[in-house]
Write a protein that binds this ligand. Structure first.
Ligand SMILES: [Zn+2]
Ligand SMILES: [Zn+2]
Ligand SMILES: [Zn+2]
Ligand SMILES: [Zn+2]
Length: 109
């Protein structure tokens, strides 16, 4: 383990610091995004909620529209039908106001 650049404890793992819970690299197996925001609660690329993963190894994300949590592998919110990822090309839909996929223009209704 290395020294954590945030809290200076020698508790820095590959993905996060176990002392201050700062995440450095997204631990989702298919993601691995580098997290540059130091107090990030979720991954900017895949949406993984870090607190649930660190505490329980659960892969959840929060729907940006209705704020309900659900499994990270779901492509669409079960509650409000918001698409997290385009049903055609899998591109992440970055905003709740998008009506079509920014990559392939599939309708997201
Ligand atoms: Zn730390
Ligand atoms: Zn991620
Ligand atoms: Zn929702
Ligand atoms: Zn698409």
């Amino acid at each position: 383990m290395d020294k954590c650049p945030i809290c200076k404890e020698i508790a820095r793992g590959k993905y996060w610091c176990s002392a201050c819970k700062t995440v450095f690299v997204c631990p989702a197996p298919t993601c691995g995004a580098e997290i540059s925001k130091r107090d990030a609660a979720e991954c900017p690329r895949c949406g993984l909620l870090f607190a649930d993963y660190i505490a329980h190894r659960k892969m959840y994300r929060q729907c940006p529209k209705c704020k309900k949590r659900q499994g990270l592998s779901e492509p669409q919110c079960k509650h409000c039908r918001y698409w997290f990822n385009c049903p055609t090309c899998g591109h992440r839909v970055p905003s709740t106001s998008m009506l079509t996929c920014p990559r392939c223009a599939t309708s997201l209704h």
